[in-house]
Design a protein around this ligand. Sequence first.
Ligand code: ATP
Ligand code: MG
Length: 253
Amino acid sequence: MARKLAVFNMKGGVAKSTTVYNLAVGLVKFKKQRVLIVDIDPQGNASAALGIPIWKIDFQLKDVLQHKTPLEQVLVSTDSGVDVLPSNLFLAEEEIPISGRPGRELLLRKAIAPILDKYDFVLIDCPPNIGVFSINALMASDAVLIPVDMSYLGLLGVQGIERALTLVREQLEHPIEIAGVLATRYDRRNNLSKEVFDALTNHFGDKMFKSVIPESVRIREAPSHGQSIFDYDKDSVGALAYSQLVDEVYKCQ
Ligand SMILES: Nc1ncnc2c1ncn2[C@@H]1O[C@H](COP(=O)(O)OP(=O)(O)OP(=O)(O)O)[C@@H](O)[C@H]1O
Ligand SMILES: [Mg+2]
């Protein structure tokens, strides 16, 4: 049975999509895992990183959530070896209709249930908010991977994340765990990164991943070349950090 991880933080730009993409490619490349990315963010960034022409797709995740298209028709296998259920901005137009449906929180869980035995990992890329799509991602997951960028606002956002997880556990009765908190965009040249990292470690203790993702131009450049950090610059500090994360996620399966 697949391990299902939502990559979630309501704050934008903390490297959710970058982490989903590189972690997925790394799990395939280094651990020979079968990996599915579920892109439940209307920005479609994880889909685009995988080379999906998001403005030309005939079918997408929303069609599965609305029972309009069979899942097999929406699922795309990519050259990286990662499969994806893609999305684009049309997903956003469905937010209100989907929010009004009975059982709205469980649409994704039910949609992917039939294919879980085909995968070792399902990584769900969440949008930067706590709307119906993020709730669906959390309800479909065993655990949540929380990327936090090394900024003051990043630290401040932690309270909101914990509140959202409490809501899912208590109101929706889903015992979601924290797989780990990932420090991202760590810049050794400024003190703030260290201060935020120390505060996070104090708070989360052994829930912190040991891997720390550095602020890196190579990580930022890689998607524009259609490549993961491992293919774009395999000896870079960013590739090393993401390969350590791959090891950690693989081990705590
Ligand atoms: N370690 C890093 N070093 C430098 N740039 C990074 C790093 N990680 C991500 N970025 C860049 O920061 C931007 C935001 O990253 P990303 O899209 O992964 O964040 P996100 O949390 O998914 O954002 P959103 O909340 O909008 O979905 C992108 O331009 C990405 O290339
Ligand atoms: Mg994103």
